[in-house]
Design a protein around this ligand. Structure first.
Ligand code: CO
Ligand code: CO
Length: 325
């Protein structure tokens, strides 16, 4: 669901106040954070969605990587996960088995077991994980800690929403999406582990609100302004002809409308790239606020595992986002 609708749905709701719940849903956080005894923090998140690819095993892997991502975005290490699934019985249990298999493979790669879960009969398949993670208090990474001067790093390219939508509409075949599928399946674990050693206190992951939507949340939460160099942002080449014509998911178009009055433009950014900056991503990369003196070293290390990693701008004092060509 888009940020505007979600805001309406949560309007006026006042959760029970628990002083140990350090991060609840009132901010724009990736996951909730609960303080345990001894300086450890429990991080919890839940994500599930309809298939973005036809192959059930790939879908399972992508959905699991996507769910784990919110734990990684906060610098935490996952401990356990639970399946959440909706599935029409008439599709056959072998397909659901493949989805679960894919999810289990990703969980194993993350070093965790899937401890159980819940499945309901539903006309439209959906799958994801509820993930529990742990992080030491001084290692918690939040989207509200970006500081003026920090360099903005992005670890995966954009355009995945446009490509998966083209697949759904039959304009592309699954074979054309091999690179996008590999990117969606890639865990953000390695990038997450580099945050603390490089002194990064702020990050978030790019999912449904798109690069600019999640960056805007980061700016709002941190009280800073972002300057984005459009030409530096990595976009999958096959996605550009699609984004140029706004052939993107409904969510991406909603992101464009929502951000319209929040984004300033200077120069003449490539319209295809500009649209891609709003494209809703599934299991996208991390947006990292890197201290300027560490950004180069961090980027070099990131590139080994995430070759699309780029420095795409910086934060400064102020509010909002400037995109320049
Ligand atoms: Co997130
Ligand atoms: Co999420």
């Amino acid at each position: 669901m888009g940020p505007a609708e979600l805001g309406q749905a949560l309007q006026g709701l006042r959760p029970f106040h628990d002083p140990r719940l350090l991060v609840g849903y009132e901010g724009f956080s990736d996951a909730s954070v609960y303080e345990l005894d001894g300086g450890q923090l429990l991080v919890q998140t839940l994500d599930f969605f309809t298939p973005v690819v036809d192959d059930p095993r790939h879908f399972g892997r992508i959905a699991a990587a996507n769910s784990l991502s919110d734990v990684y975005a906060m610098g935490a290490t996952p401990l356990t996960a639970l399946n959440i699934a909706a599935f029409p019985k008439n599709l056959g249990m072998d397909i659901l088995n493949q989805i679960f298999r894919g999810g289990m493979e990703k969980a194993a790669e993350a070093g965790i077991a899937i401890a159980g879960g819940h499945t309901v009969d539903d006309p439209e398949p959906k799958y994801g994980l509820a993930v529990t993670g742990l992080v030491a208090r001084d290692r918690l990474v939040r989207n509200c800690n970006a500081r003026p001067g920090d360099v903005i790093l992005l670890t995966k390219p954009l355009g995945i929403g446009a490509l998966t939508t083209a697949l759904k509409r039959g304009d592309l075949a699954e074979a054309d999406l091999a690179e996008a599928i590999a990117l969606m399946e890639q865990l953000n674990a390695g990038a997450s582990r580099l945050l603390y050693p490089h002194g990064c206190r702020a990050a978030t992951d790019v999912t449904g609100f798109g690069f600019l939507g999640h960056l805007w949340e980061m700016c709002q939460a941190s009280g800073v302004r972002a300057v984005v160099e459009a030409a530096a942002v990595p976009v999958l080449a096959e996605a550009l002809p699609l984004t140029r014509e706004w052939r993107m998911p409904g969510g991406s178009i909603a992101n464009m409308e929502y951000l319209q009055d929040k984004i300033e433009l200077t120069g003449a950014p490539d319209p295809a790239v500009l649209a891609a900056l709003h494209d809703a991503q599934t299991s996208g990369g991390l947006i990292i606020a890197a201290p300027p003196e560490r950004a180069g070293a961090l980027l070099a290390e990131l590139t080994a595992e995430y070759p699309w990693s780029r420095a795409v701008g910086h934060f400064e004092s102020g509010a909002g986002i400037l995109v320049r060509s």
